[in-house]
Ligand binder design. Sequence first.
Ligand SMILES: [Ca+2]
Length: 311
Amino acid sequence: MARRKVILDCDPGHDDAVSIIIAASQKSDLDILGITTTAGNVEVEKTTCNALKISTLLDIDAPIFQGAKRPMVKAAEIAPEIHGETGMDGPKLPEPKITAEEKHAVDFIVDTLKQADGKVTLVPTGPLTNIAMALIKAPEVKGKIDEIVLMGGGTFGNWTPAAEFNIYVDAEAAKVVFDSNLPITMFGLDVTHQVIATKGLRERFSAIDNKISHFVVELLEFFGKTNEELFGFDGGPIHDACTTMYLIQPELFNFKHVNVEIETKGEYTYGMTAVDLYNVTGRIPHVKFADSVDQEAFWQLFGEILSSYSR
Ligand SMILES: [Ca+2]
């Protein structure tokens, strides 16, 4: 079977890094056409630098393209309290041996889709600015998009009471994406809070004892600490990793087909994803919404992925 073509659009970010590590382990199934970055957890220059470092560490040969410096309408908002000053505080990382491409991420996405032989899956794990701008710039590329597999939203918030960070940062972009009529598979907080990398799990993965497992555990230690302090969790939910775990093994997750609208006006609810779980509105259910995960199978596969990396 042909490898599935993917573009990873991200703002690394501890959980973005884990998501990239998962994708890069599947060389026979996933063809990473490029990694695009956006402002999100920290400024785009920093998320790009982090992507370059991860790529250097893993020896990923996909090109990296820097994208949006700020959301489409409002000013940028970042989350150093979760991810630290660099956006990926914690582990020591190699200095990048590669540089980002000259081309803007939005142009890369558009050109790649135009030229693609077959369809491409977009995997956004940060604010949706690049994806929305690509859809606005070249709506004709929609037919080349197989699926948008994203982390964002949920039936509750983590940045405001109503809104999850990725959607809140650029709700206007999220609206463009959710209104696009494209197939969207959504991993929101409802499911990502079910995959918390607890101390016990971190110890289990540390015992795998290779370079990548130690790197991941160091990421999860830092991310766990900030999540414990801010949210009282037993560790960090590896939100973004749900997207790439799904690409590898979709049956890990349970889905509901629902309508989801993006709130861009509410005084208290800006950036909320209004998830119509019971179809009370009668609007067309156009989103595949992940509501639960087989946790045991998820962590089993996650351990196997870490083990697949050599020492
Ligand atoms: Ca992210």
